[in-house]
Design a protein around this ligand. Structure first.
Ligand SMILES: [Zn+2]
Length: 268
């Protein structure tokens, strides 16, 4: 895999940043920010995180798009969102759309967001066309092949060829911390990730299989025509790394990170 330079950035919006393409924001917020939705996080902390996002986005983005993910594979195209009365330069408009696990855009100034804590934040970009997709891919999303679906949608809606696409998988639960049940293995076996032993599934002697979701996504996206050397992945494990939020480590509680993707608007 081609390495994507990945770094922690502090300041008003602490985050891990990938370097997928010039001018493209591809990042995942880290602690202490907590974008928890339907979690035990106090509402004032979640409000503070959203405020930090708005402050950071002002001047870069006019529209922030997000919503509650449902571990499905539906995709929302954000280009056509009309904001009746733009809020102005200092405050991006924010819209929330429920029940979509993936977002696409091909205009600058639109920031796509998905909440994550172990699930893979999957970034696709076609720099020459200014197209970007951000997907929320846990095992159910991977089983529903949300990433290959996004490759297809970038093609049908924006004329993007798979060969133009670059991909980055952000921080997510690693195979070190992800023992799964048979139903997960069966669901992923049935996808383009294939069944090759060791490719994404690590068998333990007598124990449950452990799954490398990001390796499975790589196999899927390469099968969809994206060049393997255009795919790179964070190696950070959300459960191992205390700077990150992890649903499993916190046994279902804990907070949420926000994955961010979009082309910043020059001179906004
Ligand atoms: Zn781990």
């Amino acid at each position: 895999m081609a390495p994507v330079e990945e770094r922690f950035v502090g300041g008003e919006l602490p985050r891990v940043e990938g370097a997928l393409a010039d001018g493209l924001i591809s990042a995942v917020t880290v602690r202490p920010l907590d974008f928890g939705l339907h979690t035990e996080t106090p509402a004032r902390e979640v409000s503070a995180a959203h405020r930090a996002l708005r402050v950071w986005a002002a001047g870069r983005f006019g529209l922030v798009v997000g919503g509650a993910q449902v571990h499905g594979a539906r995709l929302f195209r954000a280009d056509d969102v009309r904001v009746p009365e733009p809020a102005g330069r200092q405050a991006p408009a924010t819209i929330r759309v429920a029940s979509y696990d993936g977002f696409l855009a091909s205009k600058p100034g639109i920031l796509l967001t998905v909440g994550v804590a172990d699930c893979v934040p999957a970034f696709l970009a076609a720099p020459a066309r200014g197209a970007v997709a951000l997907l929320h891919a846990g095992w159910r999303g991977a089983a529903a092949e949300i990433v290959p679906r996004a490759v297809a949608a970038l093609g049908s809606e924006m004329g993007v060829e798979p060969a133009e696409i670059r991909a980055w998988w952000g921080p997510a639960i690693g195979p070190c911390c992800y023992p799964v049940g048979e139903e997960v293995v069966r669901a992923l076996d049935a996808t383009a990730a294939g069944r090759e032993p060791g490719a994404w599934r690590l068998e333990a002697d007598g124990g449950p299989a452990r799954v490398d979701l990001r390796a499975a996504l790589t196999l899927q996206v390469v099968a969809a025509g994206v060049p393997r050397d255009a795919v790179s992945s964070s190696t950070l494990c959300t459960s191992c790394d205390a700077r990150l939020h992890s649903y499993r480590r916190e046994q279902g509680g804990g907070g949420r990170m926000l994955a961010l993707a979009g082309w910043a608007e020059e001179g906004r």
